[in-house]
Design a protein around this ligand. Sequence first.
Ligand code: ADP
Ligand code: MG
Length: 905
Amino acid sequence: MASSAASRNGAPRGGGGARSLAGGNLRSSSYKSRPSQLPGSTLRRSSTGSFAAAGDDGVPGRVRVAVRLRPRNAEEMVADADFADCVEVQPELKRLKLRKNNWDSDTYEFDEVLTEFASQKRVYEVVAKPVVESVLDGYNGTVMAYGQTGTGKTFTVGHLGDGDTASRGIMVRAMEDILADVAPETDSVSVSYLQLYMEAIQDLLDPTNDNISIVEDPKTGDVSLPGATLLEIRDQQSFVELLSIGEAHRIAANTKLNTESSRSHAILMVHVKRSVVSQDDTLSIENGNSSHFVKPLRPLIRKSKLVLVDLAGSERVHKSGSEGHMLEEAKSINLSLSALGKCINALAENCAHVPVRDSKLTRLLKDSFGGTARTSLIVTIGPSPRHRGETASTIQFGQRAMKVENMLKIKEEFDYKSLSRKLEIQVDKLIAENERQQKAYEYELERMNQEAQNRIAEVERNFAEALEKERLKCQMEYMESVKKLEEKMLTNQRKHGSDGIIRNECNGEDQVVSVSDEVAEVRKLLQNETQRRKASEEEVNKLNTRMGQLMQSEAGGDGEILRIHQLLEVETQKKKKLEEEVMILKSQLLQLSYEADQSRRYMERVGSGNGLNGTDSPSVNNGEKAPNSRHTTSNCSSKFDLAVGLHQILSYLESEDANVQIHAVKVLANLAAEEANQEKIVEAGGLTSLLMLLRKFEDETVRRVAAGAIANLAMNGKSSQTNQELIMTQGGITLLTMTAADAEDPQTLRMVAGAIANLCGNDKLQMKLKSEGGIKALLGMVRCGHADVLSQVARGIANFAKCESRAATQGTKNGRSLLIDDGALPWIVQNANNEAAPIRRHIELALCHLAQHEVNAKEMISGGALWELVRISHDCSREDIRSLARRTLNSSPTFRSEMRRLRID
Ligand code: ADP
Ligand code: MG
């Protein structure tokens, strides 16, 4: 494709139009203001026949050949005065006629025919300028002069024109054009000036350097002379001076070698290096996101070479060996020239082999003939008929050279260095920008942070002020409402106090009457049953006697005996049943007597105006709530023979009959309520049995009564301390804890809570209660919400706190309260002002105890307990608690400072 070929070669300046050649659509390279130089000849290019290893694509460019006729010199004017010139030029027809004789001549066509009047300027423009422009466009170029010595090769190519500007030759003019076109900041021009003599390359810029070797790039096949001096040219003046120096060196060298300039080849190599920016945008299109990115320019570098050659006189080719003493020299000089001729012949005739490697000249000019360079050849001839043969052969050489086809290729490569430099600069810029932004961002962040902190501080200040105001307001309102409520309560109490007592008395009487009736009835039943039992015992005895008689007589037979046996068994069963019934009745009787006794004593107390005892403690009475009974002795139970009875009751506890068990446990519980019995019960193993019931029994009643009995045994009596420890060692805490978790009936919970509350009063059990979940169980029971349960819980907490405070005072405890550890504080604070007096009192005491130990102060403050303590110290109706609270608050530095902070006096 034309476009891809163009993009690979780089787009030539000026954008020349497409031109079809030999049916193909190869695009010709565009040259500034140049007429097409491609003749209609068939395109000659075969890889085998190539002078150089041409690439796959390029622009065809035939070697252009111009012929220049030198004017007659002074000698010829004289010598050939009578003869006509051997050539006739027809420049307008680009033809040259070489006379054979007076009548006949051969006509040759050239690309340009330059007459003896052609100016140096015109010669340059016609022959060299297109090549120079090509070089500036990035192609290699060659301009070479060929001809017999004295025909004007040096005049055409190398004349410096010191005195006469118009006579300046191609080298000077070419450099002038090159320097005018390149940009000093991005481009560079440098030259080497060499002489090839006897197959040795000498450096005309450094005469000591006289055997420079040709180096061939194995990849591209490009030749170079790394040993040659390469000088950068910045201005025309220095170039002309350089040429003069070169010329002087040439003369000196040739004098030394005893030869003439015309016997050596002079070669000026001009290296032009130009930076260009690719106009094609394949790169950015491939990237696809050019909108985000600065369209990357594609830096290219063009390294082209202009070779200007002033060949040795061509006559040597033909005259080799004719002059004996110069044989070697002629051979060597002619080696290069004849090799050039052979190569051109081979190329012109499309030969398979081109002997490029035969000489140094052909190797150096590898790219100029059959290669990628644009090449112009100027053949110089003289007018003298005396040199007709020489002139003819020169013309033949030119004709053959015209057939050589080159394939022009731009010498362009991607400029990685420049790209990397540019990218580096860009990256540096971006890094700097990034750093700047980062700094700005950090600064902004810091500023915002500072601002936010200021704002927070201000909001906090405002909030604290508002809070303080609100708190004072609440306090006032609270105090007022408490006062009002208390007043209201007092008036209510005054109004309703007597009614309550009357009603209670009535109830009490009814209860006593009904219980007495029941007792009489049960007694009667018991008598009947005792009689029936006696009768059946007699019957059994009778039967036994009779059986003995029968056995003695042995006449009765087995059948009779069996019958009697069965009878006996039935009777035994009956007896057992009766015995059990008797036992149940006995226990019922015991219980009823006990209840009757309790009721009686209750009535007595109510009647005598005694109110409820402030320190409520549970005692068991069929699960009903009853007043404390431990200070009185029951005449009923005292009637009961404890030693015998206990033994029996404990054995009944193991009965298979649930009824019997329930009665037995109730009796045991009643007995345990009496302090006098407690020691004996425990001695007989009653406590163990009760714990066993807790462990074994699903029945709620049994568990409730058993827990009550345990609670009674753990009450603060003579042996309570021992009993409490016994409960602990027998796993009682865990059993109670489990029961607390399972039970739902408030009365069961009340008993369990009572039992635990009692244990809480024991200094030795504190740790155990905590570790076995006693405190948590206690707190867990508040879930039922029943005032009796809450009261027991509060009592337990008060007991516990009291023990802790005692231990703290004695110095045996110094850590934070286990109650606080187990999360009791929120409930304590919540219920510190519970309307039920027993709960309130317990908690008030608990708070005072907790507050006495400084390690608790922090948690108490954050938990809100301080407020309650303050309230207690002001409002508690009990003077002792009030002053205790006040003392406690005053003795704690933490509380004092917090109160100061909150401005509480
Ligand atoms: P060559 O290098 O081919 O041996 P020169 O360039 O040395 O030939 O030319 C020989 C002489 O002829 C020089 O004195 C030169 O000035 C002169 N001469 C050559 N060509 C011309 C020309 N076109 N016009 C005038 N004088 C010329
Ligand atoms: Mg010369």
